[in-house]
Design a protein around this ligand. Structure first.
Ligand code: NAP
Length: 256
């Protein structure tokens, strides 16, 4: 009998781990979709496809053509467009949708967070006085900082950024997970005064927040677009169970 087909919209560690678990379970056919932004993505389980679908309509057409039973939105909490497309495509194609989203970080004692609603607003909160700023927000949203050349920027990203994008900035290429001691060292070496972060949640990139706390540095924390999702599974385990349920499969394989 043909196995139910699950399509995971990925680009996160959680999507990769969910794909691995479902693929190892063996009862579903797993396809993992990447946007194609990262030049050398980590290996993923199942069949991997890369690149946009052509909006919600394109995604709905893909779901129908590929006989997808369950769609998993395990994209990054800041990837708002693909999540909207996933919701409307699943509705249109009559496919079950499971969302997987890690909860946002919450400030703890000793944190000096300055909350911002967007990267643009976060940039405007840096103020007039020249500061050394660690931009740990990826490489796609550097534009607001171009208009603020009084600051000295350290930009970290997985893939290289053309120096023209943010003239005068220093760049480090590194992929998480990150370690707190190494983050402290990086901030100390570059005499960082402010950290700019997106509230991504999860353990892989939390080290910079802990390091900033230890060094008593302020963190300009950008909130998620649209806020946290109430309907989402928060862990890979929970999403795994929900996918099996939506695919009409029992939680454990028979005979185990
Ligand atoms: P976005 O603005 O929500 O999506 C823009 C377009 O990229 C979508 O409309 C879609 O194109 C395509 N796309 C996005 N994710 C896709 C996927 N998993 N498979 C196929 N197509 C996809 O997304 P973004 O913020 O640019 O992020 C792009 C990818 O990087 C996402 O997969 C996300 O999980 C990952 N990521 C994002 C961030 C972040 O901070 N935004 C951080 C880490 C990882 P079509 O409309 O043509 O289908």
């Amino acid at each position: 009998m043909e196995r139910p087909h699950v399509l995971i919209l990925g680009g996160t560690g959680e999507a990769r781990r969910l794909g691995e678990r479902l693929d190892a379970d063996g009862r579903l056919r797993v396809t993992l979709s990447l946007a194609g932004r990262t030049a050398a993505p980590l290996p993923q389980a199942g069949t991997v496809r890369s690149g946009g679908f052509g909006g919600a309509e394109g995604l709905a057409a893909f779901l129908r053509a590929e006989g997808v039973h369950v769609l998993v939105d395990a994209t990054h909490p800041f990837a708002a467009r693909i999540s909207e497309n996933a919701a409307s495509a699943a509705r249109e194609a009559g496919v079950k949708l499971v969302a997987l989203e890690r909860p946002p970080w919450q400030p703890v004692e000793g944190d000096r967070w300055i909350e911002a609603k967007s990267v643009s607003q976060a940039a405007s909160l840096l103020g007039e006085r020249s500061k050394k700023v660690f931009l740990a927000i990826g490489r796609q949203e550097l534009f607001p900082f171009v208009a603020l050349p009084q600051h000295v920027y350290l930009v970290r990203s997985v893939d290289p950024v053309s120096a023209d994008v943010l003239p005068g900035a220093k760049f480090v290429l590194e992929r998480g997970p990150f370690d707190e001691a190494a983050e402290r060292l990086l901030m100390e070496e570059h005499t960082i005064e402010t950290v700019m972060a997106k509230n991504s949640g999860g353990a892989a990139t939390y080290a910079k927040i802990a390091a900033a706390r230890a060094l008593k540095l302020p963190v300009v924390m950008v909130a998620r677009p649209g806020g946290p999702r109430a309907d989402a599974a928060e862990t890979v385990d929970e999403a795994f169970s929900r996918v099996l349920h939506e695919a009409g499969l029992p939680p454990e394989k028979r005979g185990e």
